[in-house]
Design a protein around this ligand. Structure first.
Ligand SMILES: O=C(O)C[C@H](O)C(=O)O
Length: 467
């Protein structure tokens, strides 16, 4: 491996000759060999690129950075945003809790790339753009990392999570409408209950996802507040007058998203309640999706010895040993995703508690877990939609068989003969393996005609058509 020498305030460090990063990145690489797969998410790096570019523009507008430096910093940031420098960010999330080393990784890469963009050779000559004095101008890790975090999380929610959940919600709404007149047996405590329609059952899933989406959207306002301009402790030391508002408007312009300067920079640095709040909504969605996937796999169980009231697409051979077996694999993947998100919520909750005085120092782990959850929920919903939900069909034969066998149709008799006589009919039919109709007549409580008039599953589903 060929090296060049880079310097920081602690001295000289050897870095790989062909990489743009500098001394502080290399120190972090050497000092935190923890979980090499846990890279700082590229979405965070992209968030940094947006804010470094915005800071360069704001600094220039406010007269503290030359046009030449602004142009070079902007160009290097644009290359990061275009994904051209993805291999220049080797650090892991298990580093300083402020994310300083990733902030410096971006500062160093922008500085060295700008050097080359200005026509120089990497590692040779005096750098025109200093990583701290120019790229990090009017900034600290303490306000840049939370800003990158909010940009990355907000973008992931609106670009991946919300569209994914909406796609599944729309399919379930179509299924609900299509199945609205399919009368099936209800189950409470997993035991037979009174009937409802398959469409009514699915309408509950649609409402769950609508509430989850609403909860998630409600968190976007807090997430749109950005910490930039607070610098080290929230006071804005080393920033020019008007910088915080200007840089926020630049970020909003570059991202086309409604970011604004945080009302209170002390909160924005020291607490990450916006992340805790928003991940709470992701957890709510995970809880809903888990229930939906569980219902669907139980309803589809069988094909001969299960409930078998719906048919789901057979996508792959399920078993390496049992020929012809097909499994509800999309339900399994989705519920595993839900488990991961619920686990991430614990990490994020613990992370959120770790603000001490002016700084929260669990930033990287909070950001990484949030981004993982937000991506997983969005992508798992699309996968579940395309490979399962869209193909769900009712098994009308089984549905009818279960309705006709059900003892809980007897509930319709409560208002005619009373709870105790109705219970006697149900228990006797269960003991004797007979039908409700047979036992109702045998016990002399009502005639066959009365039974047929009063016990009609289709009349027992109420008028609530999923509204
Ligand atoms: O890196 C910085 O800008 C500040 C650092 O996180 C600190 O507060 O020590």
């Amino acid at each position: 491996m060929e090296y060049r020498i880079e310097k920081d305030t602690m001295g000289e460090v050897k870095v790989p000759a062909d990489k743009y990063w500098g001394a502080q990145t290399e120190r972090s690489r050497n000092n935190f060999k923890i979980g090499p797969a846990a890279s700082m998410p590229l979405e965070i790096i992209q968030g940094f690129a947006y804010l470094k570019k915005a800071a360069a523009h704001a600094n220039h507008d406010l007269g503290v950075l030359s046009a030449e430096k602004m142009e070079l910093i902007s160009k290097a940031c644009d290359e990061i945003l275009a994904g051209k420098l993805d291999d220049q960010f080797p650090l892991v999330i298990w580093q300083t809790g402020s994310g300083t080393q990733s902030n410096m990784n971006v500062n160093e890469v922008v500085s060295n790339r700008a050097h080359v963009l200005a026509g120089n050779t990497l590692g040779e000559g005096q750098k025109l753009i200093h990583p701290n004095d120019d790229v990090n101008k009017s900034q600290s890790s303490n306000d840049t990392y939370p800003t990158a975090m909010h940009i990355a999380c907000y973008k992931m929610l609106v670009e991946t999570t919300i569209p994914g959940v909406e796609k599944l919600r729309d399919t379930l709404a179509e299924k609900s409408a299509a199945f609205m007149d399919v009368v099936k047996i209800g189950r409470t405590h997993l035991m037979d209950a009174t009937p409802l329609t398959l469409g009514q059952e699915f309408s509950g899933y649609v409402a769950q996802l609508n509430h989850g989406l609403k909860a998630l959207r409600n968190t976007l306002d807090h997430l749109s507040e950005i910490a930039l301009g607070g610098t080290a402790v929230g006071t804005g030391i080393n920033t020019p007058e008007g910088y915080a508002e200007l840089v926020a408007s630049k970020i909003a312009g570059f991202t086309q998203l409604p970011f604004r300067s945080a009302e209170n920079k002390f909160e924005a640095l020291a607490a990450h309640d916006a992340i805790v709040e928003s991940h709470g909504a992701l957890k709510q969605l995970a809880v809903s999706l888990n229930k939906i996937a569980n219902d669907i796999r139980l309803l589809a169980s069988g094909p001969r010895s299960g409930i078998g009231e719906i048919i789901i697409p057979a996508n792959e051979p399920g078993s390496s040993i049992m020929p012809g077996k097909v499994n509800p694999t999309q339900c399994e993947a989705l519920t595993m995703v839900c488990a991961q998100v619920i686990g991430n919520d614990v990490t994020i909750t613990v992370g959120g508690t770790q603000g001490h005085y002016e700084l929260n120092v669990f930033k990287p782990v909070m950001a990484a877990n949030f981004l993982q959850s937000a991506r997983l929920i969005g992508e798992a919903c699309v996968s579940f939609n395309d490979h399962c939900a869209i193909g769900i069909e009712p098994d009308l034969k089984n549905i009818k068989k279960h309705v006709n066998n059900s003892l809980m149709l007897v509930t319709a008799l409560n208002t005619h003969i009373g709870y105790e006589k109705a219970a006697k009919i149900a228990k006797t039919a269960h003991e004797n393996g007979t039908t409700l109709r047979e036992e109702a007549i045998n016990l002399g409580y009502l005639s066959g005609e009365e039974f047929d008039k009063w016990v009609r599953p289709a009349d027992m589903v109420g008028s609530l058509k999923g509204k």
